[in-house]
Design a binder for this molecule. Sequence first.
Ligand SMILES: NC(=O)c1ccc[n+]([C@@H]2O[C@H](COP(=O)([O-])OP(=O)(O)OC[C@H]3O[C@@H](n4cnc5c(N)ncnc54)[C@H](O)[C@@H]3O)[C@@H](O)[C@H]2O)c1
Length: 248
Amino acid sequence: MYSLSNKIAVVTGAGRGIGQAIAELFAEAGAKVAVVSRTESNSQKVATAINARFPDAARAYAVDISDTTATVAMGQQVLADFGKVDILVNNAGVTRDGLALRMSEADWDLVLDTNLKGAFNAVKAFQRSLLKQSGARIINISSVVGLSGAAGQINYAASKAGLIGFTKSLAREFAGRGVTANAIAPGFIDTDMTDVLSADFKQNVKGKIPLERFGRVQDIAHASLFLASAEAGYITGQVLTVDGGLVM
Ligand SMILES: NC(=O)c1ccc[n+]([C@@H]2O[C@H](COP(=O)([O-])OP(=O)(O)OC[C@H]3O[C@@H](n4cnc5c(N)ncnc54)[C@H](O)[C@@H]3O)[C@@H](O)[C@H]2O)c1
């Protein structure tokens, strides 16, 4: 397995789902992990479970990532606790689906503010530390919907497509300091986020996935571990699609 020993990683939206799996795998690979989530009880639960397996590997933080001031304050606390950050995974995300004709301004703002501005806020909070570490990594969890679009998801697709442009621009800005920035575009992954989809919809989607199944959170965690590793040091500005072949 790739090693992250001596690395400090921040994973947003790590209170459950994909972020939880990334935080757990990074700890298994030897990193110390800041488990960041909106809900304190969730980040605490994940950090406690990680520490039971890997003593002192995790600390919990609660913040609404769309709040710039609060996120910068959380960043200061993480840096005070760990001293540095080598890896930032921007994973926190929400959906508020609806057709364009009916979408409210509130639903547009919530999704863009969380998924896209939240990543900007976290980069603001940690960029100085990341730029000081040799081989630092930024990984943004986008979506295949950011590549293909999806009816009923103009807000979500715009946020995830925006994350791709954000990633490529950061990759160009930070390359001179040896910091890479990449995006992962998951397809349909079994989590609370996709649990709400109807059985008919899921069946229809599965029929379009060449590998004939939804992904598992570990599929995204392993892709993240690879991009976070020293071995991925010559990869930057890329979008790694992890979707069973849905979008090619
Ligand atoms: N599940 C999928 O099929 C899928 C597909 C493509 C992309 N993604 C993306 O992967 C990421 C994780 O998704 P998931 O399926 O694990 O979802 P999830 O709903 O299970 O988890 C999302 C996490 O983000 C956190 N979060 C949400 N809003 C936040 C905020 N304002 N501040 C801080 N944290 C906040 C939640 O607390 C939660 O821990 C998201 O960015 C999502 O868009 C998921």
